[in-house]
Design a protein around this ligand. Structure first.
Ligand code: GDD
Ligand code: MN
Length: 378
């Protein structure tokens, strides 16, 4: 006799929970223990995406998965970052609905069922657990982080489609989505840094039906946050990238910002030297040279740490890279003046636009040549 199949109205929801981990050995086991009882309500699959943590997180999860078929470990070698881990987990998920949350105890497991309810009752594609919802509580953010996040959130709101204006937390690490609706978008998400959700909203161009629910954000149980300056920088670049209608390449934006910081360094250094030596700038070639070299070296180091950190140079290669960078950026020093002068002489341009054209040429050259020759990227 064929097995009776349950009528579809009572068919249980298939839920995939994605848990990104990086050094969460102390946190993951209690979290899994709190999530597994959800099997009373849904068909559950838990995907732990670990970036080869050094503290034995993956080994621990493998042991737990051995005795609990609902748990799956995805272990990646070479740390590719939070957004990339989330993308990988979501692409591998087999449920109807997927839910992403932090693995460090900052997101309450109790919010999972609330998110599912909101998703189903509101007939939505995406439900975000928000730290900034009027009914949310924040116990786990320092005053500084909270201010920073509030600011970042306001910038995010402005750079995203208007139809997401009602949402309150664009960087949350807690969200549930209907996979059928979201999969094509997930594929397209760019995975630099932390902000998976922001990117998902950006690539959806307003087409996701989204709402948020309040979260009670807890202090981290064990270990430390992995959000660092590079993550913050990356977010800044994302905002500018969205504002440029995603036309300017992300890396070029970063390179441009670093270049702008170099201008400030050069001005400051020249001022300092003028003060120290007490000599006038006019005719003082060495002084101008030291200012320019300091700025170029500072640009190089910052680009190495942020713009090209995926191809970061260290040790001897760092020194060789500096020499190449100085060479690359000294070539257009002459050309810059040249381009401007030629344009003015042919009266194609007044001197301001000539200078801007000069800056553009230098920028494109520096960016292209140092990508290629200093950091060996196309
Ligand atoms: N696989 C993987 N790889 N997981 C990572 C990585 C990584 O490189 N970096 C962080 N994670 C995991 C952590 O193990 C944790 O489970 C979760 O991602 C969040 O990381 P935290 O380091 O705890 O972030 P946070 O608490 O400072 O940041 C919070 O706010 C951000 C927005 O301001 C989190 O809620 C983030 O999800 C959120 O984007
Ligand atoms: Mn955290």
């Amino acid at each position: 006799m064929p097995e009776p199949t349950p009528p579809s109205s009572t068919a249980r929801l298939r839920l995939s929970i994605v848990l990104p981990t990086y050094n969460e050995r102390g946190n993951i086991e209690p979290l899994l223990a709190q999530l597994l009882p959800l099997q009373q309500h849904v068909d559950l699959e838990i995907l732990v995406v670990d970036d080869d943590s050094a503290d034995g997180t993956a080994e621990l999860v493998r042991r737990l998965a051995h005795d609990e078929p609902a748990i799956r470990l995805i272990r990646r070698v070479g740390r590719a970052g939070l957004a990339s881990a989330i993308k990988e987990g979501l692409l591998d998920a087999s449920g109807d609905v997927a839910l992403v949350m932090d693995s460090d105890g900052q997101h309450e497991p109790g919010a999972v069922l609330r998110a599912l309810q909101a998703l189903q009752q509101g007939d939505l594609d995406l439900v975000i657990g928000s730290r900034f919802h009027p009914e949310a509580e924040i116990h786990g953010l320092s005053g500084r982080r909270e201010t920073g996040s509030t600011w970042a959130n306001a910038a995010a709101r402005r750079s995203l489609p208007r139809s997401f204006g009602h949402l309150s937390d664009y960087m949350s690490g807690f969200f549930a989505l209907r996979l059928e609706a979201a999969l094509p978008l997930i594929r397209a998400v760019d995975v630099n840094g932390f902000k998976f959700l922001y990117e998902l909203l950006a690539v959806s161009r307003g087409r996701l039906r989204a709402a948020d629910i309040p979260l009670s954000f807890q202090p981290r149980s064990y270990g430390a946050s992995k959000l660092d300056l590079a993550v913050f920088w990356d977010f800044l670049i994302s905002i500018l990238h969205s504002l440029s209608l995603r036309l300017l390449p992300r890396r070029a934006i970063s390179f441009g910002l670093v270049g702008a910081s170099g201008v400030l360094v050069q001005l400051a250094m020249t001022q300092l030297l003028l003060g120290l030596t007490g000599r006038p700038l006019a005719g003082n070639q060495e002084l101008a040279l030291v200012g320019a070299l300091t700025a170029a070296s500072s640009n190089y180091l910052i680009n190495n740490a942020l713009t090209f950190r995926f191809a970061r140079l260290r040790g001897l290669a760092l020194l060789q890279g500096l020499l190449k960078f100085l060479l690359v950026s000294s070539l257009p020093l002459a050309a810059n003046v040249g381009v401007a002068q030629v344009l003015v002489r042919l009266s194609y341009a007044d001197s301001l636009s000539a200078q801007l054209a000069g800056i553009l040429v230098v920028f494109v050259w520096n960016y292209a040549a140092s990508s290629r020759f200093v950091w060996n990227t196309p």
